[in-house]
Design a protein around this ligand. Structure first.
Ligand code: ADP
Length: 740
């Protein structure tokens, strides 16, 4: 190009080239940017499409789940419907059950408003409109009182309501029984549930209450019948004993007169039968008393060994003529004095020993007393007492039976013997009353052993009879055919420090060299001879020591000239105390506790007054019996036919003592005694001893009689010895009652 148009063009071209280059650079730059943007865009697009895939997969899952849930929901709804149906059914059943039961059922909410109640519950309110769900317990209580639906007795209505409301506040609500207007009895059992609801059950116990009332009525009737029975027995006792007094008393007197042998047999039979009858009456009475729980024990201090000996002595007549030996083995180391009811213990012993003697024809009857260790302390003693016999025994299958009332062994051998069959029943009850037990071991044909165990308090200050330790006597010879007797004597004498040689017979004893023994004790009937002959034989051969004879009937020997050879008689059965005493008397130092001899009786005054005795007795026969019984005494006797006469005679006759029958017409013995005691108090006269003559033998009578002011009492039938003994006992000192 020329310069003519020149420079502007090249500049233009350069400018254009620069612009083009710049444009190309820009383009290149922009296309890079576009490329990068495109790449990002496609990356986004890929990501987006990935997300879309995921989301659509999720959406599919949700759709599926939603479908499933829909299905489940339908199932749940169906289940719910079913459950509702079942709940309805259960509720219906429950209500039907609640409506069927006779007892009331109600539920109250925590605000004590009635929520539901069955018909039986509502029926208590006799259809009252106001008692319906929503009513409060307080409303119900008010309505109940206002309408008289419940028998509230004499209680103040508001007090009753307060009591009932208070009861519901308790943590443990006690059952409550109320009587309704329609004579029904309802027992409320209320319980507060955990959510505060109160569930109330109203049980209809009308039948139970009626039954209880009936039982109560019947018990009252039975008790009054039992009281009537006891009263009847007491009267019977009186009615029977009064004529028995005449029968036995007269027979007793008759026996004392001159009689032919036949007449004596008759009189003694009357007396014996009368006494047997009395034993039976006493048994029946005792049994009834124990049954009626009227028998109470009367404990007092007594000597058990002496009591047993007395029972044995009483049984002697029944043993006479039989070849039976009565023996007592009282534990050497056992105290003899206890506190118990001696009368009842005597009765137990008499029953057991009496049976043993009755059912034994030969051999022995032995009573053995031992002590057994006890946990009851030092002031009590457990006693083990057995009565062993060699009699007919008891068959095994009858052993339990015999303790029942009126039960006896019914066989040929047994029924030869008399008895009521009450003895063992009474004995068992008495032992039980004393807190003890009784048993029997027996072998038929060989013998029986009855045993009982009782625990008795020791009599204070008691000590075991102390044997003396002899200084003079060293050796003793015992002669007795019975092994047991020899053994007992051996033990007793050994305790005194004596060396004992025991021989069975006189022959054996005489075989010993003379004068080998310091003391000889023999049974009064050793085999082959008799005791007196043996004593004689021993003396004849030069025996110088004391000879003691053991004898059941000492009186029989008194008149025998051969008694000279005998130093002393020992009464069988032998009391330990007596043996120790007797040997002590042979010249050994006496033990410290031996009682001092009685002081000599004062000389009777020279001009003794005669003893005046007043006897108040309405029954003529008994008056006659009384008169005859005391006829040998030097007394002035006056009778009163009733209480009035007794009071008058007391003032006119000034008796030294009064025998007072208790049941007399017009004024009885207790009343008369009270009057006499009043007169004495008014006049300052000394107290006249009054002894009741009572036919009543029921427990408790004695207390009542003594409370009337009577000092002593004798039970009918009267015995001559008892009456005469009492007169002598009550006679003022110095006034002799013996005739002549
Ligand atoms: P009872 O002697 O009056 O018949 P118990 O109740 O004393 O009445 O005795 C009941 C029965 O027990 C007697 O009849 C007798 O069969 C039997 N029995 C009691 N003691 C003995 C005994 N020692 N030996 C044999 N049998 C006895």
């Amino acid at each position: 190009m020329t310069e003519q148009g020149g420079p502007d063009l090249s500049a233009l071209l350069a400018q254009e080239r620069r612009a083009r280059l710049a444009a190309e650079r820009l383009l290149e730059h922009k296309s890079k940017e576009l490329f990068s943007a495109n790449r990002q865009l496609s990356e986004h697009a890929r990501k987006l499409s990935d997300e879309v895939v995921v989301k659509s997969a999720e959406a599919q899952t949700y759709r599926t789940e939603a479908e499933e849930l829909k299905g489940e929901n339908t199932q749940v709804r169906a289940d719910l419907q079913k459950a509702n149906k079942q709940a309805d059914k259960a509720e219906r059943r429950l209500w039907e059950a609640l409506e069927t039961i006779q007892d009331g059922f109600a539920v109250f909410n925590a605000r004590n408003q009635l929520v539901i109640a069955n018909r039986a519950y509502m029926a208590m309110f006799d259809g009252l409109e106001c008692i319906r769900p929503g009513a409060t317990y307080q409303d119900i209580l008010e309505v109940v009182v206002e309408e008289g639906l419940v028998d509230i007795g004499f209680e103040d209505p508001s007090a009753w309501q307060a009591r009932m409301a208070g009861r519901w506040q308790q943590d443990r609500i006690e059952p409550l029984t109320v009587k309704l207007w329609d004579e029904r009895y309802v027992k409320f059992l209320d319980r507060r549930a955990r959510d505060g609801d109160m569930v109330s059950l109203a049980l209809n116990i009308t039948e139970t209450i009626r039954y209880e009332e009936k039982l109560k009525e019947e018990r009252t009737r039975a008790e009054s019948a039992s009281r009537a029975k006891s009263a009847f027995l007491a009267n019977m006792s009186h009615e029977i004993r009064t004529p028995m007094n005449g029968v036995i008393g007269m027979a007793d007197l008759l026996c004392d007169t001159d009689l032919t042998e036949e007449q004596r047999l008759f009189a003694e039979t009357i007396r014996g039968s009368g006494e047997t009858l009395l034993v039976i009456i006493n048994d029946v009475l005792d049994y009834s008393k124990i049954e009626a729980e009227k028998l109470t024990l009367q404990p007092e201090p007594f000597d058990l060994e002496r009591t047993i000996t007395e029972v044995l002595l009483l049984l002697k007549p029944s043993v006479q003529g039989k070849g039976i030996e009565l023996m007592l083995d009282f534990d050497m180391f056992l105290p003899t004095r206890y506190v118990g009811d001696p009368g009842r213990i005597r009765q137990i012993l008499t029953n057991l020993l009496g049976n043993a003697v009755k059912f034994t024809t030969e051999g022995h009857v032995m009573i053995r007393v031992t002590g057994i260790g006890s946990d009851d302390g030092a002031d009590q003693q457990r006693l083990h007492i057995t009565v062993e016999d060699t009699g007919i025994g008891i068959p095994d299958d009858k052993v339990d039976h015999i303790f029942g009332e009126f039960n006896q062994v019914e066989d040929e051998r047994n029924r030869k013997f008399e008895g009521t069959g009450l003895g063992l029943a009474i004995t068992q009850k008495l032992v039980a009353l004393m807190g003890g037990e009784i048993w029997v071991d027996s072998v038929e044909g060989e013998g029986s052993c009855f045993g009982f165990r009782i625990t008795l308090p020791l009599d204070e200050g008691t000590d075991t009879p102390a044997p003396l330790h002899s200084t003079d006597l060293r050796t003793a010879l015992v002669i007795d055919a019975q092994d047991i007797n020899r053994m007992i004597l051996d033990r007793q004498l050994s305790m005194m420090g004596l060396r004992v040689t025991a021989r069975r017979s006189a022959e054996d004893a005489l075989a010993d060299p003379p004068n080998s023994f310091d003391l000889i004790i023999s049974d009064h009937k050793p085999p082959g001879t008799d005791g007196l002959a043996l004593a004689q034989a021993l003396r004849d051969r030069g025996e110088r020591g004391p000879i003691l004879l053991l004898c059941s009937e000492p009186g029989q020997l008194d008149s025998d000239p051969r008694m000279q050879g005998v130093t002393a008689i020992l009464q069988k059965p032998l009391l330990r105390r007596d043996l120790f005493q007797k040997i002590g008397d042979l010249g050994v130092t006496l033990p410290a506790e031996t009682p001092l001899p009685e002081p000599p009786a004062p000389e009777p005054p020279a001009q003794a007054d005669r003893l005046r005795v007043l006897a108040a007795e309405d029954n003529r026969t008994n008056q006659l019996v009384f008169r005859k019984m005391v006829q040998d005494l030097a007394i002035d006797l006056q009778f009163a036919n009733n209480g009035h006469e007794a009071v008058t005679a007391f003032q006119d006759f000034h008796p030294h003592m009064i025998f007072m029958d208790i049941s007399m017409p017009e004024m009885d013995g207790k009343e008369a005694t009270r009057k006499i005691r009043e007169i004495e108090a008014d006049t300052g006269a000394p107290r006249t001893p009054i002894c009741a003559l009572t036919a009543h033998a029921m427990a408790g009578d004695a207390d009542e009689i003594l409370a009337a002011g009577i000092d002593h009492y004798l039970t009918k039938p009267l015995r001559k010895a008892a009456i005469c003994g009492k007169i002598e006992e009550l006679a003022p000192v110095g006034l002799s009652v013996t005739a002549g």
